[in-house]
Design a protein around this ligand. Sequence first.
Ligand code: GRF
Length: 196
Amino acid sequence: MKNIVVFASGSGSNFQSIIDASHNGDLNANIAGLICNKNGIHALERASKHGIPSIIISEKNFTSHDAYCAVLLKHLQLWKADLLVLAGFLQKIHREIINAFPDRILNIHPALLPKFGGKGFYGSTVHQAVIDAKEKQSGCTVHLVNEEYDKGRILAQSIVPVFQSDTASELAKRVLAEEHKLYPKVIQHYLETLNS
Ligand code: GRF
């Protein structure tokens, strides 16, 4: 069975959907660990509730970029990570990590990339931009991670309608419900394509 390591910075509702999928058999993977960049977030409680090892690694606590990457890589090796799954991780993934896991890092973005992506497009900013642009539809995108924010190869998307009366939080809720369905499916499908 392949080992996945999840990265989260917030509530971790996508992390929860991955845990649930692994419990009900929709996702055939071992969730080997959770990496967070800050303390006190709900994702950490979810990990502890389900007996998933977790660690907080915050770049600002390191004196150098190299030292930070070395500690991250050490944990990924310790947990024998086959695939890294970003689930609301608000910290750039550095080249060292991308090079160590080529085509082995997935992310989910709460809009239909390539629109409404890139640096600064996270949280309600994304949904407000979609509403301001008077888009008729939005959705979520699962993509591979490369060195440019939200620019890696798109693996799958799911679409939701945008209503004229929508607030950013209403749209976020609708998109998030789709994320929870899409991400575990795409992770499972992607794992099946990996040889080793
Ligand atoms: C999601 O909207 C995801 O698309 C984005 O960050 C959010 C994370 O939400 N990358 P959660 O922490 O999984 O609830």
